[in-house]
Design a protein around this ligand. Sequence first.
Ligand code: SF4
Length: 535
Amino acid sequence: MSERVHKNSSYLNAKSTVGTQTRVKDVSPTSGMCPICIRDCPFLCEVGLSTFRGREALYPEPIQFGASTAGALKDFRLDWSDFNIQASLFEVHGIKADSDLALFHNVNVESKVAGIPLKIPIATGAFGSTEVARVNWEGLAVGAALSGVIITIGENVCGMDTESVITGGKVTYSKELKRRIDTFRKFWDGKHGEVVVQTNVEDQRLGVDMYAISKLEANVIERKWGQGAKAIGGEVRIRDLQKAILLKKRGYIVIPDPEDKTVQQAFKEGVFTSFERHSRVGMPTEKGFLEDIDWLRSQGAKHVILKTGAYRPSAVAFTMKLASEAKVEAVTFDGAGGGTGMSPVPMMDEMSTPTVYLEAQVLKCAEILRKKGRFVPDILMAGGFIKETQMFKAMAMSNFGKGPYVKGVLMARSPLLSVMKSSYFVELAKEGKLPRTFAERYGTVPDKFFISAPELKAEYKERFKEIPWEAIGLYTYLNERIKVGLMQLMAGARKWKLNLIDRNDLVSLTERAAKVTGIQLVEDSEADAIEKILD
Ligand code: SF4
């Protein structure tokens, strides 16, 4: 048995996501249990925790909800590390073949998704009603605006807003949705990036789309069919009994029933400390979807896009067929292995199609549509993206010669990490409690340890004071790390424009990677070039 398989099997009965561990490390590869399971064991493995907490053991540690994100830890046997980027020497594309010009600083990484120009090929989100999104919104939204990328407000924001005004079953005011849009626009240059309002079944019932378009002047509406981390609707924890009752009254599914007297008693006694709020799943039909997209446009939506999860291949094909017919401008496919504010851990690890396999299916559909002369929407890939190397590979793989289908990637957990890290370290700096090595290396004040601070001060002058440090952290990550890293990779491949990177820039490192994606193995790449050049 390979090391890889053995490692995954041990996760059967202990996962850091759930906060469980086994008494011994050499567990059974089949069950994940300790080979000798003893009565006097003080450890909480998966079965042990489930014994006390039941359904709570399905989720990332409930105590961390609101201050964390969670993702899959399973090795899906194929990921972006199974490919390498080919470096070039003699060719130069997209710039004059002049050593004084062909510098990585001159690489252009601008992209366009659904007609929206992006300074970096990134969309962030969707950050919905989950607590971690609400708490960190300012940093996320301002950081996205400064970076010229898309940010998506996720599902259920109006429904979860206790200050929402709902008249005749439709939302007519939501302080929280307004705050989210306004915060982005405060530092938006009016051209690059956008704030997208995502709507699921619950949002559509509440008329969130109409409210966002007509009252908040939202330009982009995203329909949501699913996400890679789970194939059931969005879920959040509610730690307040009255709020749980309010949400039940608004039509949400709340578990356990907050109006049940026994449940209320158990909650008051501390038997459990949070309710689960679930959303319904959509049941898309061809006719319904086409009519819906037409209706959204007639209501004034300037751009209509779609976000879906990592469903089976027939669902991928169905999605691409409908998106093409409805001329939805962009579709985000979210692969398994990504993450969320709250999803069942077994679903994140064991269900749905992982990102690279999913992209291969999407590309097959895109090529069929293109060859038939049909409309192909822009594609955004999501599911575990944190770095420029993954982005390069995802976009290059999608260019069969007519430009990349994948116009950018969607990131959620890493922008949140960046914002949370900024927030925590600024707090530590105020308290004089920064880790010693960090303080010695980078300084003790945010003006110094955020390397982008001087540049942003010069650009925004008086307004700099209005930019939260969390946004500066996100800007630094996206602009100073990912963008620069991507420029370096592209210059190494001798491609100075994003639409020039293609499948020939990649090689597969494993047979599986080559089989799934059609990207040649290293040993097969340019196989006849050596003879041709030297004979
Ligand atoms: S209860 Fe049994 S399987 Fe679980 S950690 Fe203890 S010894 Fe191992």
